[in-house]
Design a protein around this ligand. Structure first.
Ligand code: BGC
Length: 751
């Protein structure tokens, strides 16, 4: 009897232990003290296949209804983009967390590209600051404003190298250069994500569009790209690598066909490079239906093949289309896709959800006192805009204008267009918060100066010249004319490519008409891309390029025009003289017949007699209108004393390169000191120049500073003839200067 009792007790005890163990096992993924990898493992082990596939689906929330609620309950959705306001987000999250079997939180994504409510300059403008610190600040401000309304994840930064101004998405990019884009893109990642992804003010970044999207043939959006592997690795991939190096949580696979294989089914880029070589452990989301569009590309016959090719390549999450949801289970049953691969895909997604702290804090929201549109954010947006403005021309030092001017005419359809200045991809920006240039100029000048405004045109695209007369009258009454022209926000961004990149509508005609009054003109151009304006440069004294400068664009422009701040922006992209020169970029190859100086100076559109057989045009200079890195200041800078710690670097070693920069003018100002290198001979040909360093420095009038760069042989590596990433011994030239064309020059060798 006693024995029997002991037996029962033992069984009960074992049962108890078993249940306790099971309970603990079940709760491992919920236990924040357990390392993330163990939590992921535990959670995956408890998920059904359907739940795993559910995590791989991202939906756009068009409306909330029972069907949506039910899908969340069944664990069929892992993420939403554009999930409504904070209440909508909480409502859906509550279902996910409390009513789905495992309570896996949803992750909410949104395009927070260059600001949320406080809109900063478009990314191309931010790149023109050449100031990673201010770029980081801008993204941190955007993150905190977005985090206030429960956004967890932004689809930025966009680090597509863009060398074609026809492409509307150049506005969203950091320009043409891999080095600059890498610095700017990674600064954005750091700004969005902060030091700790789980902090309430951090949102996950998404480096996009992986990869090569900016190389769209003929600048037409979504177009085919043909990028040899060496160019892919030397030019298009490095900015993504830099974003990953600073911890970018996610990536987005692009729309484009790369050498015959669309980016969202591309095993070379997504698997070999991203996973095998770079060891990326976050997740990849497809672009909007970019997976199912592989049917249109002619790469997949149906959605089953789409799911197969995308999952094999390594797209973890499908944005909007549903090929995974509808096909993965079947593919697994048929043995074409293994559940291990699905586990791997889901792990990446869960890892980011854990890192964001969503399991502990599914209703994650920045709860501190609201920073949205705070004085601090607005100041940062203004400073970012100020630093983004590029002074392209300043004949007779016409700018800055005197604050004592009696009458100023402000002309142009963009002078008081609160929406246009926000630029593309600012879905949460409210024009009500914009301070326009007209408003800011009036504010800055006060009562003593009369400011007369005439739009001249209904909008920047208009060809109706009826309102010219009013603009002429205003100009005649003024001491100086400020014309604010360019492109409105509609003319750039996704699917907004242009074949002509001059001032649209009758704007050139408007400039000519105002110039006939004889009044000096300052031209401020807002645009989402480099524009060509060859014919009108002589009609105006000064040209200030303002991109789309954001909420605080007006005060930034006014501060520069009237000399409160000296311009310090530098071009992140080469400006062509005419669209026929595109693609034109500073780091081109030399060719076998580089043009010589006597092939310069050909007037636009007038074919000359051939003067030799060289790589140039008969009807336009081969040089750009404004080179990469270019931008004037109100002061002058003198570069001298270029010093190299040695003229030889041993392979694996480094040298210090320095120059002294003196502010020789009358204004305190900032200068971007740039270091370029040319590898003279390689086992594959090398570009005529490559940016290898830059520093933005502040110099008071008369002040000088020594700027030092460290240059290692690693910095000079490239993908060589054997497709090895290595520097080669031999001869090099370097330049330190204020743009990509001029600079102090020295030679050195790698031994
Ligand atoms: C764009 C992406 C964007 C996504 C979500 C797509 O059309 O290409 O850049 O993040 O939409 O809005």
């Amino acid at each position: 009897m006693k024995n029997q009792q002991a037996h029962v007790i033992l069984i009960l005890f074992l049962l108890f232990i078993n249940t306790a163990l099971q309970l603990t096992a079940q709760n491992i993924y919920k236990d924040s003290s357990v390392p993330i990898e163990a939590r992921i493992k535990d959670l995956i082990s408890q998920m059904t296949l359907a739940e795993k596939i559910g995590q791989m689906q991202q939906n756009h929330l068009s409306k909330k209804n029972d069907e949506v609620f039910n899908e969340i309950k069944l664990g069929k959705i892992g993420s939403f983009l554009n999930a409504g306001d904070i209440n909508d987000k909480f409502e859906l999250q509550k279902i996910a967390v409390e009513e789905s079997r495992l309570g896996i939180p949803l992750i909410y994504g949104r395009d927070v590209i260059h600001g949320f409510k406080t809109i900063f300059p478009i990314p191309l403008g931010q790149a023109a600051t050449w100031n990673p610190e201010i770029v980081k600040l801008g993204s941190a401000a955007a993150a905190s404003e977005a985090a206030e309304v429960g956004i967890h994840w932004t689809f930025a930064p966009m680090v597509d190298i863009s060398r074609d101004p026809r492409w509307g998405r150049i506005a969203e990019s950091c320009g043409e250069d891999p080095y600059l884009a890498a610095k700017m893109g990674s600064a954005m990642v750091e700004g969005f994500q902060g030091n700790d992804l789980s902090s309430e003010s951090s949102i996950a970044a998404c480096a996009k569009h992986f990869v090569g999207y900016g190389a769209a043939e003929s600048g037409k959006d979504y177009n085919t790209t043909i990028i040899p592997e060496r160019y892919m690795r030397d030019i298009y991939l490095p900015p993504f690598k830099s974003c990953i190096d600073v911890g970018a949580a996610t990536l987005m696979s692009a729309f484009n066909d790369i050498n015959g294989v669309p980016a969202s089914g591309n095993e070379f880029t997504l698997k070999r490079v991203l996973r095998d070589e770079w060891k990326f452990d976050g997740f990849v989301v497809s672009d909007w239906a970019s997976m199912t569009e592989m049917i249109n590309h002619g790469f997949c016959a149906d959605e089953t093949e789409v799911a197969y090719k995308s999952v094999k390549a390594g797209v973890n999450m499908e944005m909007v289309s549903q090929s995974y949801a509808n096909n993965l289970e079947k593919l697994i049953k048929e043995g074409k896709v293994s559940e291990d691969l699905i586990n791997e895909m889901v792990e990446g997604i869960l890892r980011v959800k854990f890192r964001l702290g969503l399991f502990e804090n599914p209703y994650k929201q920045l709860k501190e006192k609201s920073q949205t549109l705070s004085a601090e954010h607005l100041t940062a947006a203004r400073e970012s805009a100020e630093q983004s403005l590029v002074l392209l021309q300043n004949t007779d030092d016409f700018l800055p204008l005197s604050k004592l001017s009696k009458t100023i005419a402000v002309i142009g359809p963009l002078a008081d267009d609160a929406q246009a200045q926000l630029g593309c991809w600012s879905p949460d920006g409210d024009p009500e918060n914009s301070i326009t240039p007209l408003k800011a100029i009036k504010q800055l000048l006060g009562e003593k100066t009369k400011v007369i405004f005439a739009a001249g045109l209904d909008n920047c695209r208009s060809t109706n010249t009826e309102k010219f007369a009013e603009a002429v009258t205003a100009s005649k009454a003024a001491d100086a004319v400020i014309m604010i022209l360019g492109e409105d926000d509609l003319l750039s961004g996704e699917s907004h490519s242009r074949a002509f990149i001059d001032l649209p509508g009758a704007q050139e005609e408007l400039i000519k008409t105002i110039a006939e009054t004889g009044k000096p003109i300052v031209l401020v151009i807002m645009a989402g891309r480099p524009l060509t304006f060859g014919n009108i440069v002589k009609d105006v004294k000064s040209i200030l390029y303002a991109w789309h400068p954001g909420t605080m664009g007006g005060p930034a422009i006014a501060n520069i025009l009237f000399g409160n701040v000296s311009p310090s922006g530098k071009l992140p992209v080469t400006f062509p003289r005419t669209v026929g020169q595109v693609p034109i970029y500073y780091s081109h190859k030399n060719t076998g017949r580089p043009p010589s100086e006597n092939q310069l100076g050909i007037k636009m559109g007038t074919p000359e007699n051939p003067v030799g057989f060289a790589s140039y045009y008969l009807d336009v200079d081969y040089t750009p209108a404004y080179p990469f890195g270019f931008g004037l200041s109100y002061t002058t800078f003198e570069y001298h004393d270029l010093k190299l710690s040695s003229n030889e670097i041993l392979m694996g070693g480094k040298i210090e390169v320095s120059a002294t920069i003196k502010n020789t003018g009358k204004y305190d100002a900032e200068e971007v000191v740039q270091l370029y290198v040319r590898d003279l001979f390689g086992n594959v040909t090398r570009p005529v120049k490559e940016l290898k360093g830059f520093k933005k420095i502040h110099l008071k009038a008369g002040e000088e500073k020594v700027v030092t760069f460290s240059l290692s042989t690693g910095d000079l590596a490239f993908w060589n003839i054997d497709m090895k990433y290595a520097a080669e011994s031999g001869d090099f030239t370097l330049w330190i200067g204020g743009d990509s064309q001029k600079g102090l020059k020295a030679d050195f060798k790698i031994k």
